[in-house]
Design a protein around this ligand. Structure first.
Ligand code: ATP
Ligand code: MG
Length: 546
């Protein structure tokens, strides 16, 4: 956690200093209509970060006031993702549990003469709403008596009216420069079954009315949301004040949502990809969902580090995808064990080596505590084809005819002969091992500049590797439509030979395939049939000082 304060924390400091609040209470309010994505991680980090910094509290509240599209699957996935990030909520709540509170608030407003039942259609309301330059026109139902309004509102609740036949509107100001204050609809008739309350209700509160009530009812002090809600803040405050919630009343604070280049944050489009089978599911390792990033092998600490580094601001912007990757790489460089994998195998036969031995090779030189693993070595090995050049360019430090190279964690070898087929393609290298050059006990005196990875031919394991790219291609010629930008090349399946130590890896274990990139063992692995997802490459393409 950084010691620097963002603008939200400055506000909180002020509220604590002035005595407006004595403790800090935030909430994370997802609508259970999809999986959480990287954008939600930012909101989670802000809300739970404040809880941690101020020794406060943070609720997980499912915002399920909209009856049509909620799903238990989403509720469970959201809980799992928040836990994965390492956050602990204080209370687990469902906004639909407060329908009675919301109803009572509406009745209170009617009794105060601050809400009225209207028979206007949605279209009529829209037409009379006015524009940014023109005041709205008052509803013909605006001056119904309190008694009539109460009777009609109870009838709405009791199922007397069809969907859309009547609404409850707040009575605020049709001349307000803020369109949200022009008598907004706060309740509508909707005969729909709710996943939590069943058929108890046939009227449902609108978001702008429900949300402040949820916050105030829970005693939330700072209600943090994204910038689109800035214009709704006066209505938020109006609801809290006129429903007579006790002090301290919650305060809405807006911040800029996270956008990442070539990354989809629209739940609707993500769902479309899942429904159309374009991806393996919500947790496809290419998806920007938290479950996708988890399967991709992104460590939760790296995501939190990313959210911390990009900071919190009031100005919308787009963060480079490569910046996120660079946070992931930083983390893996410290935490992931190095292993050897060969993607384009080229056979090496050591003509002066007989039998086999088990070498002890360091897992990660950057780790705080060094650990070692067993790596079998014998007469026949594979190296990567790209590590041998028949006609080497200048300063080529890998293997070449009559050249030396060190096999990582093993010996120096010398290339005696490159065997070629009738087309001149190299099919096998015949090499000799320098016997007194074993890593850690080298007395050969031979200086080699190149160190390459290898695997033992007999014991190496063939695995499936998914090479991954963004789901979206770059914007070309102004084409921004997601459907046209779907990257058909985003997952390429290749094979590799890996050292046998990987047979004991567990799903989710992350590795650096030496000199290639970072990979994670995927849940599609069965027995010795291993499947790896590419997490991120080794090279950092992000340039902070552009
Ligand atoms: P959608 O409109 O696709 O349904 P949403 O933004 O409404 O998505 P919610 O489930 O309502 O999703 O969001 C829960 C919380 O996460 C909200 O407080 C919202 O402001 C925040 N959030 C959502 N997307 C982002 C983002 N890209 N950056 C930061 N915060 C976000
Ligand atoms: Mg929402």
């Amino acid at each position: 956690m950084s010691e620097f304060k963002n603008f939200i924390e400055d506000i909180i400091d002020g509220d604590l200093a002035s005595g407006k609040v004595s403790e800090v209470y935030t909430r994370f309010p997802p609508e259970p209509n999809g999986y959480l994505h990287i954008g939600h991680a930012k909101s989670l980090c802000i809300n739970f970060g404040i809880k941690a910094k101020y020794n406060g509290k943070c609720n997980l509240r499912f915002d399920d006031t909209n009856p049509s599209k909620e799903d238990v699957e989403y509720v469970e996935s959201i809980k799992q993702d928040i836990k994965w990030l390492g956050f602990e909520w204080d209370k687990l709540l469902f906004a639909s549990d407060y329908f009675d509170v919301m109803f009572d608030c509406a009745v209170k407003l009617i009794k105060k003469g601050l809400a009225y039942v209207s028979d206007e259609t949605a279209e009529e309301i829209r037409q009379r709403r006015g524009t940014l330059y023109e005041a709205g026109i008052e509803s013909p139902f605006r001056n119904r008596s309190v008694e009539e309004n109460l009777k009609l509102f109870y009838e709405m609740r009791d199922g007397v009216y069809e969907d859309g036949a009547k609404v409850l509107r707040a009575k605020i100001d049709m001349g307000s420069p803020n369109l949200n204050m022009r008598d907004p609809v706060i309740y509508r008739v909707l005969h729909a079954t709710h996943h939590n309350t069943g058929d108890k209700w046939c009227i449902y509160p609108m978001y702008d009315f429900a949300h402040p009530i949820e916050d105030a009812h829970e005693g939330i002090t700072h209600s943090i949301c994204t910038l689109e809600f800035e214009d709704h803040r006066p209505l938020y405050d109006w609801v809290v004040q006129n429903c007579d919630f006790p002090k301290p009343q919650p305060q809405q604070i807006e911040f800029a949502r996270l956008n990442v280049t070539n990354t989809i944050m629209s739940k609707r489009y993500l769902k479309k990809l899942v429904d159309e089978g374009k991806v393996l599911g919500w947790d496809d390792p290419r998806m920007p969902t938290l479950s996708g990033l988890r399967r991709r092998g992104y460590p939760p600490e790296a995501l939190k580090d990313f959210c911390e580094r990009i900071g919190v601001s009031k100005a919308n912007s787009e963060v480079q995808e490569s910046y996120l990757q660079s946070c992931v790489r930083d983390n893996l460089n410290r935490t992931a064990n190095r292993v050897m994998a060969v993607f384009e195998p080229l056979k090496v036969v050591l003509t002066n080596y007989e039998g086999s031995e088990i070498l002890s090779v360091e897992d990660n030189g950057n780790a705080e505590v060094l650990t070692y693993r067993d790596v079998p070595f014998s007469k026949e090995l594979y190296i990567d084809r790209s590590d041998f050049a028949l006609v080497p360019p200048p300063k080529y430090y890998r293997l070449k005819p009559d050249g030396y190279v060190r096999l990582k964690g093993a010996y120096i070898i010398h290339c005696d002969e490159a065997v070629t087929d009738e087309n001149g393609n190299v099919t096998e290298l015949r090499c000799s091992v320098v016997h007194n050059s074993k890593s850690g006990e080298d007395t050969s005196g031979i200086k080699v500049k190149g160190v390459i990875q290898w695997v033992d031919a007999k014991t190496s394991v063939d695995v499936t590797v998914r090479k991954l790219q963004s789901l979206l291609t770059d914007v070309v010629d102004g084409v921004t439509d997601f459907n046209e930008r779907f990257n058909e090349q985003s997952m390429q399946i290749v094979t590799a030979k890996v050292e046998p130590s990987l047979l004991s890896a567990k799903i989710g274990d992350r590795f650096q395939f030496m000199r290639v990139g970072y990979y994670v063992l995927d849940k599609d692995s069965v027995g010795s049939k291993l499947v790896f997802n590419e997490i991120v490459g080794l090279k950092d393409s992000f340039n902070a000082v552009k």
